[in-house]
Design a protein around this ligand. Structure first.
Ligand code: EPZ
Length: 416
């Protein structure tokens, strides 16, 4: 297992280019299954999850050509509408092939994702939506087996807001017969980016970005070119890192309009923030103030930024409440932060963080993607050396993170 060694205590200063959004790239790659033409993507982040998704599509028969941040996906020779367990178990987002496969090929066999560190994460809403569209679905030997001569438009109400559930059903509805209305749909910007891409392919979608999305099915979709939107969580992570270390940072190739709650919270913590065009600048003088956060579906505070703000609150002035309403077990980073000297009490889905004036470096272990980012932030502010184990979690979602942090002045190195 690879580790990261971090010498903390240095304020970070400098400029970072933000990569394409992982959680937009993954569903948009699956949209390549919806056409027999070529889908030309740009600004695709070079991440472990993206190469996992590419391999999953290739074993179905998709031809993928990758050059740097460019990826061409040719869906004209797909001959195996299956997603095997050994690939799905490493990446839950693999379930995003389900909707496109049933919509285009009338059949799919996709392994159930199983749980993951942050919660059970069922896919019942994905399945219920496809059944509402006329798919016959059976669960056998850990696989979802879905069949449909042709999906039919339906009105689907999500009991819980689900990002990939919404994305799966938009893609399924794009080739269905008739009109589908998704109610209580996810409003995340990554859903909007997927809709932009699908419209470029000829899909008829409206209401994306709101909680009611209408899709009028068409007979086929053609190829298109699409540039992946910037990663708002990577952006937020670097902003919190600069704030926690008492430094300053300029992000380029990013967007401020999709980070409003995060920017507002950083302002509350005492950061000076300015944004123009595709750049965001942050300065933090002195110690941050504690800020309460409560996660909820977009446009509220994102659950994927909860762990990072927990790290900020560990060394902030005051006490803060961190409430996690999306996942039932997304406080694994608390135990690790305590090893660095953090004062955190957990009661159900609420953590109370009492700011301490400094953390002490120690050996810690990453448990999931965003928890790893939290430990990197904590290591950068702690006095002495912090060694983070199991950093493969980090590589899933942050492109070239050591290089980006090093150019900001961080003392960080990967231990083979
Ligand atoms: C997406 O996961 C993101 N992943 C997650 O980011 C993110 O944390 C999450 O949305 C919430 O914003 C991708 O986009 C690839 P959900 P997703 O379906 O779609 C429950 C990261 O760090 N639920 O919106 O899997 C579920 O258990 C990752 O990049 C059901 O009960 O999340 C959860 O409690 C981590 N039944 C809640 O809904 C279902 O069928 C929200 O989950 C589906 C979901």
């Amino acid at each position: 297992m690879q580790k990261l060694a971090i010498q903390g205590g240095t304020p970070l200063h400098g400029e970072v280019r933000i990569s394409g959004a992982k959680n937009a790239a993954l569903p948009i790659m699956c949209a390549g299954l919806l056409t027999a033409d070529t889908l030309q993507l740009s600004n695709v982040p070079e991440l472990h999850d993206v190469s996992t998704m590419r391999k999953l599509l290739e074993q179905m028969g998709v031809k993928a050509c990758v050059r740097g941040g460019e990826m061409a996906l040719y869906g004209g020779q797909v001959d195996k509408p299956e997603a095997p367990y050994d690939m799905v178990k490493t990446m839950r987002a693999s379930v995003l092939v389900l909707g496109p496969l049933v919509a285009r090929f009338g059949e799919a066999r996709v392994s159930l994702p199983g749980g993951c560190a942050i919660g059970s994460r069922p896919v019942d809403l994905h399945i219920k939506g496809l059944q509402a569209m006329g798919a016959t679905i059976s669960i056998e030997h850990g696989y979802i087996h879905a069949q449909a001569k042709r999906l039919k438009g339906a009105r689907i109400f999500f009991d819980i807001v689900s990002v990939t559930g919404t994305e799966n059903l938009i893609m399924a509805a794009a080739l269905a017969d008739g009109v589908t209305v998704l109610e209580n749909a996810a409003r995340e910007p990554e859903v909007v980016d997927l809709a932009h891409c699908l419209r470029a392919m000829g899909a008829k979608i409206s209401g994306d970005g709101t909680d009611t999305i209408t899709v009028t099915g068409v007979d086929e979709l053609h190829g298109a070119a699409h540039r992946i939107m910037p990663d708002r969580i990577e952006s937020g992570t670097f902003l919190v890192t600069a704030a926690a270390t008492g430094g300053s940072i300029t992000l380029t190739d990013t967007r401020a309009d999709i980070l409003e709650t995060v920017l507002e919270k950083l302002g509350e913590a005492g950061a000076k923030i300015s944004a123009s065009g595709d750049r965001i600048h942050l300065e933090m003088n002195g110690r941050p103030k504690s800020v309460n956060v409560r996660t909820a579906p977009y446009p509220a505070f994102p659950t994927d930024m909860q762990a990072q703000f927990m790290a900020l609150n560990c060394i902030a002035n005051g006490s803060a409440m961190v409430v996690e309403t999306i996942f039932e077990n997304r406080f694994m980073h608390v135990q690790e932060l305590r090893r660095l000297g953090a004062q955190i009490e957990v009661e159900g889905n609420t953590s109370v963080v009492r700011g301490v004036d400094h953390l002490e470096g120690a050996a810690v272990m990453a448990t999931d993607l965003r928890a790893s980012a939290c430990l990197v932030i904590a290591g950068l502010v702690a006095q002495g050396e912090t060694v983070i184990d199991r950093i493969y979690h980090l590589d899933r979602g942050y492109e070239h993170i050591e290089a980006k942090l090093s150019q900001l002045g961080a003392n960080i190195r990967r231990l083979k």
